[in-house]
Design a protein around this ligand. Sequence first.
Ligand code: ZN
Ligand code: ZN
Length: 258
Amino acid sequence: MKVCILASGSKGNSILVSGSETNILIDAGLSCRKILERLNQVGVDENSIKALFISHEHSDHIRGAGPIVRKLGIPLLINQLTFNAANYRLGKVDYVKFFENGKPFTFNEFLIEPFSVPHDSADNSCFKIRERDSKQKLVILTDLGYPTKLVKEKTKDPSTIILESNHDFDKLINGPYEWWLKQRINSKNGHLSNSQACELIDEIINPNLENIVLAHLSEENNEPEIAYNEMLKILNAKKSDCNLYVAYQHKPTDWIEV
Ligand SMILES: [Zn+2]
Ligand SMILES: [Zn+2]
């Protein structure tokens, strides 16, 4: 299994997970046209995409969702509360499959464990994904205010983690946003800061963790170098040789072998 982050950040998120037989998308926060462009850029035939999974109803995760499932004729996989909240922006969707956070299920060759995280949305799903015959696990962990006990449990054994590193706390507080928005981002239902991401890794890191991809970076309240260097300090202190990447807003990452 390998993964490519097509886009990451408050202007749109989409992650491509490629299994031994099929490909799936997690979130479609760019326009349908842009998602198809990026698939093309990374050499993936759009007809190989077999499902779109949605994490939550914020527009940076669902902007292109309706158009993409209609264009590709694929099912939308989503939990009920998120669907209720997103429904009016999805338009007509012919094939919806509901999953429940906390209940693992299979889709093609993938085993998927959706789990809840605290965020200012109806019922945000983060995902742990592996292929049926593989021990390698991918955890996608973005759009959460803080790492709960459940999050720490779920992040104990992945080989690859896509981890929110949204903002530098000082840049957020001293930055241009209005006070209510600063409070929202910093709250327990907001987004993980660089330091919170580092604290989580410091706590859960183990030799099985091979790749960390820092994701959902704010363009206003963060810099890729700041997030990267802060995490690198943790990895160095732990004498870890885990690979460290940063996902981009405006272009896809390289393929990462999970
Ligand atoms: Zn988001
Ligand atoms: Zn969100």
